[in-house]
Design a protein around this ligand. Structure first.
Ligand code: GLY
Length: 559
């Protein structure tokens, strides 16, 4: 009784007199996702005795139903996990792959110019999906509950339907024209002429059928069975390349996470084919050397330092990062001497054109919409999952009779040297299209320990903006000593080398800050909002809390 009373008071003690936020603490497990319904399903799995991996699998399938713009089984993603029993931290790569029939110049016309929308809309844009294989692997290696039970929550949601909230209704209405280009998607999302309203019910029996096949037959049904037949037939109808062979040969890959320290934090993040871990590492290592006592969150000086560091890191991204199974990253991008050398290029008093910044040279002689969720349990199992269809609703093409969308992830390749993708990112040789290669990503599921013990899990949607958002939260936690909710709610800014401008969240920055940045030579653009982070915090006593970013519709909970 006394313990329960103290537990109830704990949030007050921790957040002190700052009543701007209220954090709940949980004993069995905590999670934060992009959807209140998915979060509730996670809570139910914890209540049944499931571990963090069980929750991650059930939530992954639930998001495919209730958050169809990004939650998916037709896309791919990454997970960074900590297995509490071995204390091992590993990275799971279930990123989509280029179809075997793809080729370097497939999106260019005879003059070598990109063909409009070809890498972003319809069957041509789709990579071979990896999500089902990824979730299956998480369950097979680490789950404790039955596979069928974990999928059953999503089946119920798809078959009986769920009430759409205002966010989802608005999203369906916004994408009506683009999704209605394809009969398969139009039937699925707009079965009648009505405008979607908050409180309407969205039923997806086709997806219910698909999930039942996965429940019964596991991976086999998706990569070789009737679902595979439908994927291939739909893609073929619209002239795309995914074949039965592509599906049958799809494999996940366990990889060694990128690991580095920032102050006293031990950070574990996604290695290539995501650029997330290394670019985050470069930015943090570049800024680590500076005395932050003179900086404030959101100040001109801090934004300038951060953006100058981000520009250097993103320039390297364009040159040196791609699928490591096809391209050897030629040197250690986090090498201490290399980082010191790059830091010399930062001028704290002014910026220069990004065209004057080149990717670093190899040290000699040494050698979009996406969604993220974070889960932890009482044992200390940690799961950070970011998965995606790429842009909202991916390729906009739904698989006939199966109730799910295919991704447009092929656009994350460099379709030609220097041609920007949806996120304005450029690339070259390292990230060129090759059969069965994985396209470079920015997704950054991240696990943070301190003194070897779990501390934070975080990640975000937002293409290239994922990296700067996650990195800024880490700086806020460690350098500005902000509690998690405050760190998440800080106004965000972004620089990715090219295009050569700072993106500021609009209405969040004082006119003096904008003037100050202009004076330093920056070009400023504004965006509605930048990335929603869903994070978990584990305190010294092992109590767990979760926080969903207020920018989006997400929710946090636990047991
Ligand atoms: N599709 C966005 C990313 O992987 O970075």
């Amino acid at each position: 009784m006394a313990a329960a009373f103290l537990l109830a008071l704990l949030p007050f003690f921790i957040s002190g007199c700052d009543n701007a936020s209220f954090t709940s603490y949980y004993e069995k497990g905590a999670l934060a996702t992009a959807s209140p319904i998915a979060t509730q399903i996670g809570e139910q799995v914890f209540a049944k005795g499931g571990n963090a991996f069980d929750v991650a699998v059930a939530v992954g399938f639930a998001l495919a139903v209730v958050h169809p713009e990004a939650g998916n089984i037709g896309g791919g993603g990454f997970a960074v996990i900590r297995d509490a029993s071995t204390k091992e931290i590993k990275a799971l790569d279930f990123r989509e792959k280029a179809p075997l029939a793809s080729s370097e110049k497939m999106y260019l016309d005879s003059m070598g110019n990109p063909i409009e929308n070809m890498s972003t809309v319809g069957a041509d844009a789709c990579g071979v999906p990896g999500t089902v294989a990824g979730l299956y692997e998480l369950w097979k290696e680490h789950g404790s509950m039955k596979w069928s039970e974990l999928i059953s929550y999503a089946i119920l949601l798809a078959d009986s339907g769920f009430m759409v909230n205002s966010y989802q209704a608005e999203s369906f209405n916004k994408y009506r024209d683009r999704l209605s280009v394809f009969d398969e998607s139009s039937r699925l999302f707009y079965p009648n002429a009505n405008i979607w309203q908050e409180g309407d019910t969205f039923v997806n029996r086709d997806l219910g059928w698909t999930l039942v096949q996965l429940e019964k037959d596991g991976l086999e049904s998706f990569y070789a069975g009737e679902i595979a037949d439908s994927i291939v037939a739909t893609v073929k109808r619209y002239g795309g390349l995914i074949s039965h062979e592509d599906l049958a040969s799809y494999q996940i890959k366990w990889r060694k996470p990128v690991s580095f320290t920032f102050d006293s934090l031990q950070i574990y993040a996604m290695p290539p084919p995501s650029s997330g871990g290394l670019i985050m590492g470069q930015i943090l290592k570049l800024v680590e050397a500076y005395d932050f006592s003179i900086y404030k969150p959101g100040s001109i000086e801090y934004i300038h330092l951060f953006c100058e560091s981000a520009r250097l890191a993103f320039a390297d991204r364009s040159e040196y990062l791609g699928d490591p199974d096809f391209y050897n990253i030629p040197f250690d991008l986090l090498d201490k001497n290399y980082i010191s050398e790059r830091r010399q290029l930062i001028n704290l008093n002014q910026t220069n054109s990004s065209l004057e910044i080149l990717p670093g040279s190899i040290p000699i002689p040494e050698s979009g919409q996406t969604t993220h969720y974070s889960v932890v349990d009482a044992e200390g199992n940690m799961v950070a999952v970011t998965y995606t269809l790429n842009s909202s609703y991916g390729s906009k093409l739904a698989v006939n009779g199966c109730g799910f969308l295919l991704n447009n992830e092929m656009d994350d390749f460099a379709i030609a040297p220097g041609v920007p993708n949806l996120y304005g990112l450029v690339g070259g040789e390292a990230n060129k299209i090759e059969p069965a290669k994985r396209m470079l990503s920015s997704m950054s599921p991240t696990i943070i320990l301190k003194g070897g013990e779990p501390l934070f899990i975080l990640g975000s949607p937002g293409g290239s903006q994922i990296i700067t958002a996650v990195t800024q939260v880490i700086v806020s936690l460690s350098r500005f000593n902000l509690p998690l909710e405050k760190a998440l709610s800080q106004p965000r800014f972004h620089h990715q080398w090219l295009p050569d401008n700072i993106l500021l969240e609009e209405k969040s920055f004082d006119i003096n800050v904008k003037q100050g940045l202009l004076k330093l030579g920056h070009i400023i653009k504004e965006a509605d909002m930048l990335s929603e982070i869903h994070a978990v915090y584990i305190d010294g006593a092992g109590l767990m809390s979760a926080t969903a970013d207020r920018r989006g519709p997400g929710s946090a909970g636990g047991q």
